[in-house]
Design a protein around this ligand. Structure first.
Ligand code: DHK
Length: 133
């Protein structure tokens, strides 16, 4: 399993009223603990670069059974990420910490949802564990 995401709450200081105080390191630690508990292998990545995210999704074809991705701002713009996901054969869970449907017009219409197996949003950092389940 691979989790991928750009532009997340690296230091727990990004718009805390939306994303909460939990750091990406804390999210990664809880996902790794869950993977150990479940006997799954987890590969956790963060990049702000669209092309690097496309590379990670493409390499997951050989390396992962499933993808969990928080495409963040790219959710609403990236045909390149959408196309890369289309070529992945396993389940892809699109994840957002916030409830994107309750946000402003720029954050409501994810292109990625049309190719995701499942979409989780609004559960806060717990969404990552829900996706791993
Ligand atoms: C994270 C972002 O960076 C935003 O651009 C998305 C998503 C929402 C989140 O809730 O995790 O719109």
């Amino acid at each position: 399993m691979i989790t991928i995401g750009p532009n997340l709450n690296l230091r727990g200081v990004r718009e805390p009223h939306i994303y909460g105080p939990t750091t990406l390191a804390a999210i990664q630690a809880s996902c790794e603990e869950f993977a150990r508990f479940a006997g799954a292998q987890l590969s956790f990545h963060q990049s702000n670069h669209e092309g690097e995210l496309v590379d990670l999704i493409q390499s997951a074809r050989q390396e992962a059974d499933a993808i969990i991705i928080n495409p963040a701002g790219y959710s609403f713009t990236s045909v390149a990420i959408l196309d890369a996901i289309k070529a992945f054969e396993g389940p892809v869970v699109e994840l957002h910490i916030s409830n994107i449907h309750a946000r402003d017009k720029y954050h409501r219409h994810s292109k990625i949802s049309s190719v995701a197996t499942a979409v989780i949003c609004g559960l806060g950092p717990y969404g990552y564990l829900a996706a791993m389940h």
